[in-house]
Design a protein around this ligand. Structure first.
Ligand code: ZN
Length: 216
């Protein structure tokens, strides 16, 4: 799709309102604080507490990112925000799936990383979803779903990447993502995505048909 310079400028302005820039700054601060808190001995001592709080941070980042994208205005927007949090958290269930056990010890000592932690899966699933929705003519009100999945899963992978690097199957693994890069990517991802959503008309479709307000 070709967008004119004016359209691009308009999209850029809309995806970077002062309000949303401030909330992504807040998201960056949250990431900094959360990683520090997770290092506390009281959390590190217990496997379950560590796993649950780690997953909770994934969830909050997913929710926060989507809230930046849509600019929560109405009560009904919270449903979407919660869905984004669930998507960001649910990836870690693949540990238990591959271990075929609910034992946390088994889930944490897998010989290799489970399949949903391969980053190639993200564009493949998001595009498949987009194609399937097009094919089955699903309502336009759900056209945000591939984007939500993309943001929630990407933020999860980048954060896991601080420790494990990114696993781009079948090409292999990168070295660990530097902490500063994790903060920058996490807080700018919602803006990059809403910019592309404006350019491709996804946001306009949502706003015109279902009355979601857009800030100018
Ligand atoms: Zn994970």
């Amino acid at each position: 799709m070709m967008a004119s310079e004016a359209e691009k400028t308009h999209a850029l302005l809309q995806s970077c309102s002062a309000e949303s820039l401030l909330s992504s700054f807040g998201l960056g601060i949250f990431c900094l604080v959360a990683e520090r808190l997770l290092q506390f001995p009281v959390i590190q001592r217990s496997d379950w507490l560590r796993a649950l709080s780690d997953n909770a941070v994934h969830c909050v980042i997913g929710m926060w990112s989507w809230a930046i994208v849509i600019g929560v205005k109405k009560k009904t927007d919270f449903g979407e925000v919660i869905l984004a949090g669930i998507l960001a958290s649910v990836i870690d269930l693949d540990h238990f799936f591959v271990a075929r056990s609910f034992s946390l010890k088994a889930a944490l000592t897998l010989p290799r990383r489970p399949f949903l932690h391969c980053s190639t899966v993200i564009p493949v699933v998001a595009l498949t979803l987009k194609f399937a929705m097009h094919l089955f003519k699903l309502r336009d009100s759900w056209c945000f779903l591939p984007w939500m999945l993309f943001i929630s899963w990407t933020s999860h992978h980048i954060r896991d990447g601080i420790r494990h690097g990114l696993w781009i199957c079948p090409f292999g693994k990168t070295s660990p993502v530097p902490f500063w890069l994790y903060i920058i990517i996490t807080s700018s991802l919602p803006h990059v995505c809403s910019f592309i959503m404006y350019l491709t008309g996804t946001r306009q479709k949502l706003s015109s048909k279902y009355g979601i307000r857009i800030d100018v």
